[in-house]
Design a protein around this ligand. Sequence first.
Ligand code: FAD
Length: 649
Amino acid sequence: MDSSRDRELGMKCNINRRDFLNGMALTIGAAIVPHPLWAMEERQNNPDYYPPALTGLRGAHIGSFETAHALRDGTFWENAGEPVATGEEYDLVVVGGGISGLSAAHYYRKSAGSKSRILILDNHDDFGGHAKRNEFRVGGRTLLGYGGTYSIESPAPYSAVANSMITELGVDVASYHKYVDKSLYSSKGLSNYIFFDKETFGADTSVPNPYPMSGGENEGEHEASHALSLFLKNAPISEQAKSDYQRLLSSNIDYFPGQSSDQKKYRLARISYAAYLKDVIKVHPDVIKVFQAFPHPLFGIGIDAVAAQDAWGLGAPGFDGLRLDPSPGKGMNRDCIPNEEAEKYFFHFPDGNATISRLLVRQLVPSAIPGKSDIDVVTSRVSYTRLDDPRNAVRIRLNSTVVKVNHIGPSANASQVEVTYAIGGKPYRVRANHCVLACWHVMIPYLCPELPAKQKEALESAAKVPLLYTNVVINNWQSWQKMGVSYFYAPGSYYSSAGLDLPVSIGDYHCSRSPSEPIVIHMVRTPCQPGLPARDQHKMGRAELYATDWETLERNTRDQLARMLSSGGFDPARDIAAITVNRWPHGYAYEYNSLWDPFWLNGGVTPCEIARAPYGRIAIANADAGAYAYTDEAINQAYRAVKELTAKS
Ligand SMILES: Cc1cc2nc3c(=O)[nH]c(=O)nc-3n(C[C@H](O)[C@H](O)[C@H](O)COP(=O)(O)OP(=O)(O)OC[C@H]3O[C@@H](n4cnc5c(N)ncnc54)[C@H](O)[C@@H]3O)c2cc1C
C-alpha cells in the first residue's frame, strides 16, 4: 500500500476503532482500555462488559461465527469434547437473541405465565441480533448509531400482532414527528448528491441528485430542475447519456401499448430493471450505471438482478406512461410506492430498532435496564451482569453458539429437549420442555439433524443477504455544510451510500444540530457481483465480507470519505474520531424474487412455509420463517412459533 496515501488518510491515527487482541476490538469511548482477559464464560458477568461501546469490527464480530462455521465444516465435534451437563432445566430455551427470539420469550411468558423459566442463547457478545446499538463517546458527549435495523417501517402495514407488540412496548409511532427534525439539513441548504467515482465514471465528481430514491428522510433535495441542470452540466457521463437521462426522467410513454395493467406487470416481473432501461427505453449504458446501485439498501443487489416491477414499486423512473395499477395485490412483487398507512408507520430511534430489542429485554429482565418508557430507554445503560442471573425467570446468555438441539427420546412422545451450546469452543448442555429456534435458518440443519430431509432442504435455501453498515464519527460536519450535501448516492464506489445521521433527539439524547458538532456518518455497502443470479451474488458477497480484513475496511472507508468530501475541506486524518464497521455476511432475510424464484410467480407452497413447520417440542421462528426482512415479520413469526408449542401442551 502507498504509505503516503495511508498517512493522508490517517491510517495510523489513534482513534476509537481497531485495537485488537485475540481479534476483538477493545477501545471503549475515547480511552484505550486493557484487554478484558476474562474467561469466555465470565465475560458477560464482568461489570466492565459493555459491548455497545466497542468500536472497530462489529456485527459478525470475531468470536461470534467460528463455532458455527466449524459445525458447518464438520470439525466442531472433533475438538469439542463431551458437553458439560449444567443441570439447568427450563420451560423454554430460545436459540437466537434477536427480535424474534426476544419476542418468542415475551409471548411464551404471556401464554405460559410470567414465572416460566426461559433461557435465551445468542452467539454474539450483545443481544438484539441485527437490531444492534453502536455507542460513541466523542468530545464529552455520547452519540448513538444503528449497527443494523434502522427503523420501525415496512412496505406493508404491520400485522395486528406486531402492532400490538410495539404498542405494548410503549412506542407511540404517531409521535415520531416530535423527535425528528426533518428539515434540519434542508434549512441549512444541504441536499442529496451523486458521487461519481473515477474508476467507474472517469472522474471523481459530486453533483446534485435530480432523482433521489433513498436517503429521502434527509429531505432538502435541490429544487428538481436546478439539480437537473447542474447534473446535466457536471455529471461525468456522455452527452447521449445525459440526453437519455433527461428523457427517462420525463418519460410519459406507454412502452407496452394495448396491454392491461396486469399484463404489463406480468412482463415487468420477468425482466430486470437494467433490461427494461436497455431494451425497452433504450437508454445509453451510462444511464444504467447511474441507476445500478439504487436498490442496494433494500435488496442488497443492483438493477441487473431486481425485477422492473420492483423498481417501479420503489419509485424508479420510466413507468409513468404505463399507468400501472398501484393498488396492492395486483402483482407478485412490490406493487407500488408504499401505501399511506405503511408510510405513516415509521419511527427511527437514534440506535434504530436496537431500542425495540432493549425494550423487550427490559420487559424480560427488568433489573437489567433502568427506566420505564420508550423515551428513557434511549439513554439507559444496560447492566449486562444482570442478564444471566440465576435468580431471574428469564436469562440471556451471550457468546453462546448453539450446536445441537435434540429431543430426549423419539420426537413424537419426548417430554424434553436437550440444547447444547458452545462458549469459546467448549460445549455445555441444558434441558427444556420446549425450544424455539429463532436463529438463521441455514444454521438449523446443522443443529437439528433429526428434522425431515425436505424441511432441512427448505431451511438451507434461506441464505441471507450480506451488508456492511459502517458508522463513522466525525468531529464536525463543516465539510458537508460547505459542499451543501447531506447524503451521497455513490453508484460505483465501495459504499453505495453515505449520509449524515437522521436528526432525532429523544429524551436526554440530543442529535448533532450544528456543523461544528460531532456527528455519526452512516455508510452502506452491499457486496454483489452484477450479472449473476441473486443468490450467487449474495454468496460471493458473504465470502467477500468474511475475507476482508480490518485494515482494508478502514482504508476503504477513509478513502471514500476523503474523495467525496475533498472539495469541502474534509481531512480524514484530522476529522475522523471513530469507526465502527457492522459486518453482516448473514444480513437481510432472503425475500423471494420473481426473476430468480420461479415458485414465486407460479404460486403454491413457498420454501419458508416448509422450513418453519414445528417438529415435536421444537418450533421455528426468525424473519427467515416469513422470507421477509423486517422487524414486524420477526415478531409475527415468534408469535406463530410460540402458539404452535403452547397449543400442544
Ligand atoms: C443491516 C440490516 C438493516 C435492517 N434494517 C431494517 C429496518 O430498517 N427495518 C426493519 O423492519 N427491518 C430491518 N432489517 C431486518 C430486521 O432487522 C430483521 O428482520 C429482524 O431484526 C430479524 O430478527 P430475527 O430475530 O428474526 O433475526 P436476527 O436479528 O438475525 O437474530 C437471530 C439471532 O440468532 C443468532 N444465532 C444464529 N445462529 C445461532 C446459534 N446457532 N446459536 C445462537 N444464536 C444463533 C444470530 O446470530 C442472531 O443474533 C434489517 C436487517 C439488517 C441485517
